[in-house]
Write a protein that binds this ligand. Structure first.
Ligand code: AMP
Ligand code: ZN
Length: 472
């Protein structure tokens, strides 16, 4: 496979460091609120990446974290811990909030058909690992301590700005958002806290632990270095995150790794670009964020959103509008109708995956996950009369191992019953079309209800009515 590696700013050939096994760490969500659609875009990318690697026959050791401590926000609240802030606002404990939103993330993962990471790693379960790693970094001479915190001294890191493309630190200052930049003893604004002491404005911090640097809590970045290297070792093949992490979080993780192990721990840094809304990044703190529940409240299904994400390459920004989501839904319903039709025509015959389509599919994935090309290929396949219906069916279902659109569950038919069902439904849709043409809405509605009672959902698209059975 070939991936664009942010570290080298090149598309590079990727092979795992251990034969047949890819180690992958994904920066996970901060669990102080429900995920917004931008996060879901990031994790759709992660999911398709994992599924593609597995499709190529590789095993993937995937670790994803839950950030439940230390992620500060300085957007006008002087860098309070995001978890503590929600706790203060809602009157709940930080622990209840963490548990509630961890459950919410897991539920979104199920609904979006994301494969469960091999390991979920929760930050507060790994405080000892973080302290050990910080000790190592300290022993190696990369830190200094003030009254407020223990800092990583970035002047000790030879090429600290490499991940941001060697951008000068003045520009980088803009990106410093989560730090204690009011600490008078902090030497460089881009130095970052490894351990934050529960003093001053953090005196009331409820999540706190003993440490060699006093009672306090870990800085935001150390959790990913600690949990990543604990579970995946000192060489990590792939590390992902959204483009916001290119300027602060990942350079800091990379610096910590270097401070602890004196080597480049992560080989490939992969970043997805933002999901945009109204011309800006969709984000919780931007106040422009939609959640999966909003999508469902508007009558969409999680798979519509998944299809929508699949239509854009992960390294381009994608614009969210309800119209765009509607187009994705229409396309997905047509896809389901087409696959269902193949089921009907195959009449129970088992097909084989088309070798030439499989080859094109693999080539598109190998080319830095060129999903728009993959989707075009899927449509070409469905219309390709030179491939038998059963082979088309077998091939599209095979591709769905990567697309994850749950095609099988929504289209599978039992040939003995469904041959008849197919005819009956088509006939009823024809009658309903006639009724609509003559403005007989009562009759049209009645037919729709009858279909619903038979377990058939219909939807009128500009190109005609499509139908499917409710998943069984
Ligand atoms: P957070 O919970 O804010 O730490 O974000 C979790 C993940 O979602 C990170 O990898 C972010 O980079 C990513 N992310 C956040 N907002 C967006 C967005 N609008 N588009 C794409 N990815 C995003
Ligand atoms: Zn991280």
């Amino acid at each position: 496979m070939r991936f664009y590696n942010t570290l080298t700013r090149k598309v590079e050939a990727f092979t795992p460091s251990r034969k047949g096994v890819v180690s992958m760490y994904n920066c996970g969500p901060t669990v102080y609120w429900n995920m917004q659609l931008g996060n879901l875009r990031a994790y759709t990318f992660v999911d398709v990446l994992r599924r593609s690697l597995e499709y190529m026959g590789l095993a993937v050791e995937q670790v994803m974290n839950f950030t439940d401590v230390g992620h500060l926000s300085d957007d006008g609240d002087e860098g309070e811990d995001k978890m503590e802030k929600t706790a203060r606002k809602t009157g709940q404990t930080v622990w209840d909030i963490a548990q509630h939103y961890i459950d919410s993330v897991k539920s979104d993962f199920r609904e979006m058909n994301f494969l469960t990471p091999v390991r979920w790693a929760r930050a507060t379960d790994h405080i000892d690992d973080m302290i050990s790693l910080v000790k190592k970094i300290e022993e190696n001479g990369f830190t200094y301590e003030t009254d407020q915190a223990l800092y990583f001294d970035i002047s000790k890191m030879p090429d600290y700005t490499r991940l941001q493309g060697g951008q000068s630190l003045d520009e980088k200052r803009v990106g410093v958002r989560e730090e204690l930049n009011i600490d008078p003893d902090k030497r460089n604004p881009a130095d970052f806290a490894l351990w934050i002491k529960a003093v001053g404005k953090h005196a009331k911090q409820t999540m706190r632990w003993e440490s060699p640097w006093g009672v306090g809590f870990p800085g935001w970045h150390i959790e990913c270095s600690a949990m990543g290297t604990k579970y995946l070792g000192e060489t990590i093949d792939i590390h992902t995150g959204g483009e916001d992490h290119i300027s602060v979080h990942h350079p800091n993780e990379r610096a910590q790794n270097y401070g602890a192990f004196q080597k480049e721990v992560v080989r490939f840094w992969l970043h997805n670009m933002f999901l945009m809304v109204d011309g800006g990044r969709m984000g919780k703190s931007e106040g422009n964020a939609y959640e999966l529940s909003d999508v469902k409240d508007k009558g969409f299904e999680p798979m519509d959103l998944r299809y929508f994400f699949l239509t854009a390459h992960y390294r381009t920004k994608q614009n969210f509008t309800w119209d765009n989501l509607q187009s994705a839904r229409n396309a997905r319903l047509k896809l389901i109708a087409a696959v269902r039709k193949l089921y009907g025509s195959a009449e129970g015959r088992t097909g084989r995956v088309s070798a030439s389509y499989r080859q094109s599919f693999i080539s598109a994935l190998e080319n830095d996950l060129m999903l728009p090309e993959v989707m075009a290929l899927v449509w070409k396949l469905l219309r390709d009369d030179e491939v038998t219906v059963e082979d088309r069916l077998a091939t599209v279902l095979d591709f769905d191992r990567v697309l994850g659109l749950r095609l099988k569950g929504q289209t599978e038919v039992s040939p003995s019953i469904d041959g008849k069902l197919e005819k009956k439904v088509e006939q009823m849709i024809g009658l309903r079309d006639d009724a609509r043409k003559h403005g007989d809405w009562d009759k049209a509605d009645k037919i729709r209800s009858e279909l619903r009672e038979m377990g058939i959902e219909i939807e009128d698209l500009p190109e005609g009515t499509v139908w499917r059975t409710k998943s069984r």
